[in-house]
Ligand binder design. Structure first.
Ligand code: OAD
Length: 247
């Protein structure tokens, strides 16, 4: 089911405190693979084999080869027009904070002022033995695979690994934004990974409207209070923002 762009644009234009909640589909048109989509990583690999602390301990070379390739690839791509549309919408509305499950840093590179990263980021890595030892994750560090702490222990990327809890402060901020927004744009997420997927439901419970932008239906589609626009983020978001404020 897809609701009208015109109606969605009117809701966005009338919104006083919109917030965005994004997932891997947001970055797809920038050339980054999703997890569960057609080209999704989790269709090819098991998350436990690549994105867990146990895998880092057992086979750090394989795990770090995967993260290293992802990081270097992320650096080579650019935020697409959908990212810029969210930044532009923030100029008309109240800043438009972004809550994201992505670790690729594209929202910040596009210029979004507040980005709440629920699943961490690929900007840094920490020691698996002494967690307070953190290092910028860059080409120099990746000169050796797997990268190691000077103490000799393997490093881990500062992303949420399989089975780990989410970092408390970003989740608190996300729930606070969900409770205080009047519209949540939910873009490019399958909504199957918890606790992150709680965030749009919190917004609905607190009376906000939800506008979903996705190429496929999700569990949110058709729920009371949810409008859905079917299509790619890089096409739909610029059209939506254009229609909300320019026409
Ligand atoms: P998924 O890969 O589960 O879902 C991607 C969603 O994006 C799907 O609903 C697609 O239909 C949609 N999609 C694909 N291309 C799109 C496009 N161009 N425009 C709009 N939508 C598009 O990704 P997430 O929901 O982000 O966790 O996955 C959540 C978490 O699962 C990730 O953060 C990661 C993973 O395990 C961790 O790494 C902790």
């Amino acid at each position: 089911m897809s609701d009208g762009l015109e109606r969605a644009a009117a809701v966005l234009a009338a919104s006083r405190r919109p917030v965005a909640f994004t997932g891997a589909g947001m970055s797809k048109e920038s050339g980054i693979r999703t997890f569960r989509g057609e080209d999704g990583y989790w269709r090819q690999y098991r998350a436990e084999d690549l994105a867990s602390l146990e895998a880092i301990r057992r086979d750090p070379r394989t795990v770090w080869t995967w993260y290293s390739q992802r990081l270097l690839h992320n650096e080579s791509v650019q935020p697409h027009a959908g990212y810029l549309a969210l930044v532009e919408a923030g100029e008309y509305a109240d800043g438009l904070p972004v809550i994201t499950q992505n670790v690729d840093g594209l929202h910040a590179r596009a210029g979004s002022r507040e980005v709440v990263e629920l699943h961490g980021s690929l900007r840094s890595a920490s020691c698996t033995r002494e967690v307070s030892r953190s290092f910028p994750l860059n080409r120099e560090l990746l000169g050796e695979i797997p990268p190691r702490c000077p103490c000799g222990a393997a490093l881990r990327p500062d992303v949420v690994l399989f089975g780990e809890p989410l970092p408390a402060a970003p989740m608190e901020r996300a729930l606070e934004l969900a409770a205080s927004c009047d519209l949540m744009l939910v873009v490019g997420t399958s909504m199957v990974v918890y606790p992150a997927a709680m965030v749009p439901y919190r917004a609905l419970e607190e009376g906000a409207e939800v506008l979903e932008v996705n190429t496929e239906p999700t569990v949110l589609t058709g729920e009371p209070g949810v409008m859905s626009l079917r299509g790619p983020a890089g096409g739909v978001l610029p059209e939506l923002v254009d229609m909300a404020w320019r026409s």
